[in-house]
Design a protein around this ligand. Sequence first.
Ligand code: ZN
Length: 68
Amino acid sequence: MPIYEYECADCGEEFEKLVKLSEAAAKPECPNCGGKHTQKRLSTFASHGFAKSAGGSIASCGSSGGFS
Ligand SMILES: [Zn+2]
């Protein structure tokens, strides 16, 4: 059975769920708020933990010269 990732539109909860192929079209309830406004996310091939916070820190080399 594949694992699908879902995101709740109500509370923003993200969760994974083992889904049978016969149930793949059904939307599961959000485990956090019980809402049904969940949507399947494009599966990010088992890369847990990563992504999410790919913050760019390209503003750390300022203050070059300049008398004040
Ligand atoms: Zn929710």
